[in-house]
Design a protein around this ligand. Structure first.
Ligand code: PRX
Length: 630
């Protein structure tokens, strides 16, 4: 590591941390990776099993449709489960689960493999074939992991819809993916209450016509509607003779689709990001191994939801690829008391905790004493993801949770990147609020409008200049959108949609989104989704949504609504509209604030100028408004 003195407030790792770390000198690894990028990735790929090796590590013959490990044959599930069942890990715990109501379950690698195979057989018996899409809409229980793996094992493509989404979001995603099978749970526990997932699914299924089979996992046990011929209980299916624990694995091409995951973009409907088996497997495996420094004896907890990319990559796939023991918790961090997380870290002896700034800020509010009543000495590393972490929250996390001995891995990445892109490693000096530098070999930059690199400490657009193995392959069914969204502002360069600056030491500092995406409590929402939900209400003529800074959530949703003529403004209507958005999109999208207005600032071509609304709300100068219509 270079001995150059770093500017600002710097936290150095202890000797003990460095000694244990897989990577002791990131700069050295970065140099090596940059010298031979293909060699770097092929060396890592060789740690995994392939039924047939690749002809080429990176195929860039049809940019920006990059292909990785072309010609290779694999299946990510083989590396997640089968390989471990053939070693000493067979009886090692793969998954420890705790329900919000205190129930708990564990699965060894052997058991997780068995359950996955059984469910794969069920899916096959229902006609699910390689390439078919299957929508999964569930709470955080082990069955969501089993369902994802069971799809991937037979080459089917899962499309997980986060359980916090609601009717319209679910319907739209089922329809767009053309899923014939939906896997759902009856309900999920959240803050002591039941979220009626099956009921939401029933409503969604009335709005879309593709689903032939709906498989229902019994979690909460309340009375639900089971439609004859369409709905079947998971536990009954898993007891059928066809649900044997042997299921031939589908050997797939490295570039065969693994999953699609819908995420919000700049305009219009959410788009499905497509990831494939081979590159995604290598990228997620390597990043988790090096960044969270996975060792055989670790117990690792990523407190995200499996329904988001963080859960896909770092609850399901990467931990299993690394053969580690992963912890999954169903419920809210502060239920029944604000010490819930700390109690579970103590109880299960968690070594690594990976969560979002919003959760840290939320738990910080309750004060240190809730943390201090538990023995958290098992913790070795902490992580953060989803939004910029403010230095105050970083320091609290470091001091109160990590007792000043656990480095914080602030990982910047996206649904599209599939894997960590800007990230520390345990041996790297940290600055609170910065994710440090790109993962070895990956070239990222901050550029101005014309694509020129900006000077140190100047703000600009964050871009990625090298392909990476877990990269998005395309927008499902919409390759044009893949090109226009990510590769057209600067041809040949990937546009992240974030703005950032880089300090004199080369450390990256993320500022936030520069498009119409709002990060609320780390969740990614599009202004268009919120606006169309509002407009779908009979009293609304037009609507605009923006994100404004919020102490706890990072950003909160502010909306401006033009009512149809003759509709009376009232506080009741405001509440009704908030509920309407919650019902259509999901509780996470419920606006913090709704204001009735008579007009909205628009360009002459009719585009809402959210920038102007934002400036007005913040009492700032709106800047150049020459394109404003009136
Ligand atoms: O704005 C960045 C923010 O989250 C966006 C990606 O959101 P999503 O696709 O939902 O994936 C989130 C989890 C990987 C980014 O464009 N973001 C993510 N991680 C960080 C972050 N902002 C600052 N610091 C981070 N560590």
């Amino acid at each position: 590591m270079s001995n150059k003195k770093l500017s600002g407030e710097v936290y150095f790792p202890s000797e003990k941390i460095i000694e244990k770390a897989h990577i002791k000198d990131r700069d050295d690894l970065d140099n090596r990776a940059k010298k031979d990028y293909s060699g770097f990735w092929s060396e890592i790929a060789n740690e995994l099993h392939w039924f047939q090796k690749w002809d080429k590590v990176i195929d860039d013959s049809n940019k920006p449709f990059y292909r990785w490990f072309t010609g290779a044959k694999t299946n990510i599930v083989y590396n997640c489960l089968d390989v471990h069942t053939k070693t000493f890990r067979r009886n090692k715990l793969a998954l420890i689960w705790e329900g919000e109501n205190g129930e708990s379950k564990t699965y060894s690698y052997f058991a997780l493999h068995r359950e996955t195979c059984k469910f794969s057989n069920i899916l096959k018996s229902l006609g699910v074939q390689k390439g078919d899409r299957v929508t999964i809409y569930m709470g955080r229980t082990p069955e969501i992991v089993i369902a994802m793996l069971a799809c991937a094992r037979i080459g089917a493509v899962h499309s997980v819809v986060y359980g916090g989404f609601s009717v319209e979001s679910l319907a739209e995603r089922i329809e767009d993916s053309n899923s014939k099978v939906l896997i759902v749970s009856d309900g999920a526990y959240q803050r002591g209450k039941i979220v009626h997932l099956k009921q939401i699914a029933d409503e969604a299924l009335q709005r879309c016509g593709t689903v032939e089979h709906c498989l229902v996992i019994k979690r909460t046990g309340q009375e639900i509607n089971m439609e004859q011929g369409r709905d079947m209980w998971y536990h009954e299916l898993m007891n059928l003779p066809i649900a044997t624990q042997n299921c031939a694995l589908e050997i797939v091409d490295s570039e065969d689709p693994l999953f699609i995951l819908y995420t919000s973009g700049t305009t219009g409907k959410p788009k499905a990001i497509l990831h494939t088996h081979g590159g995604y497997m290598v990228g997620t495996y390597a990043t988790l191994k090096y960044v969270f420094d996975i060792h055989e004896e670790d117990r690792y907890w990523c407190a995200a939801d499996p329904g988001w990319i963080t859960g896909h990559s770092y609850i399901v796939y990467a931990p299993l690829l690394n053969g580690t023991t992963s912890f999954l918790y169903e419920g809210a961090p502060n239920f029944p008391y604000p010490n819930r997380w700390w109690a579970m870290i103590e109880k299960y002896g968690i070594n690594i905790l990976y969560t979002a700034p919003t959760a840290i800020r939320g738990l910080m509010r309750f004060g240190e004493s809730w943390v201090n009543r538990h023995d958290l000495s098992s913790l070795r590393l902490l992580g953060s993801v989803g939004e910029p972490i403010n230095p105050e929250a970083w320091k609290w996390y470091h001091r109160v949770v990590g007792k000043e001995k656990c480095p914080i891995m602030d990982t910047w990445w996206q649904t599209e990147t599939g894997m960590f892109m800007i990230t520390p490693m345990p041996s790297v000096p940290l600055k609170p609020g910065s994710g440090t530098k790109p993962f070895p070999g990956i070239e990222m930059d901050i550029v101005d409008e014309s694509g020129k690199s900006v000077k140190a400490n100047e703000e600009g657009f964050l871009v990625i200049k090298t392909p990476w193995p877990a990269m998005i392959r395309t927008v499902y069914k919409d390759p044009e959108r893949y090109i226009s969204q990510y590769w057209s502002k600067y041809p040949g360069i990937y546009l992240t949609g974030d703005s950032a600056r880089r300090d004199e030491d080369g450390y990256f500092w993320i500022i936030g989104r520069v498009d119409d995406v709002i990060k609320v409590s780390g969740y990614r929402l599009g202004t268009a989704e919120i606006e169309s939900a509002l407009v779908s209400h009979h009293s609304v003529a037009e609507a605009a949504a923006i994100g404004l800074p919020h102490e706890l959530k990072g950003n909160a949703i502010y909306t401006y609504v033009i009512l149809k003529s003759g509709i009376e403004k009232s506080p009741q209507l405001i509440e009704e509209l908030r509920q309407h958005v919650s019902h259509e999109v999901g509780p996470i999208a419920k606006p913090e604030h709704i204001e009735f207005v008579d007009s909205l600032p628009k360009t002459r071509s009719g585009k809402i100028m959210r920038r102007v609304l934002k400036a007005r709300a913040l009492g700032q100068d709106p800047g150049n408004i020459s394109t404003l219509e009136e």
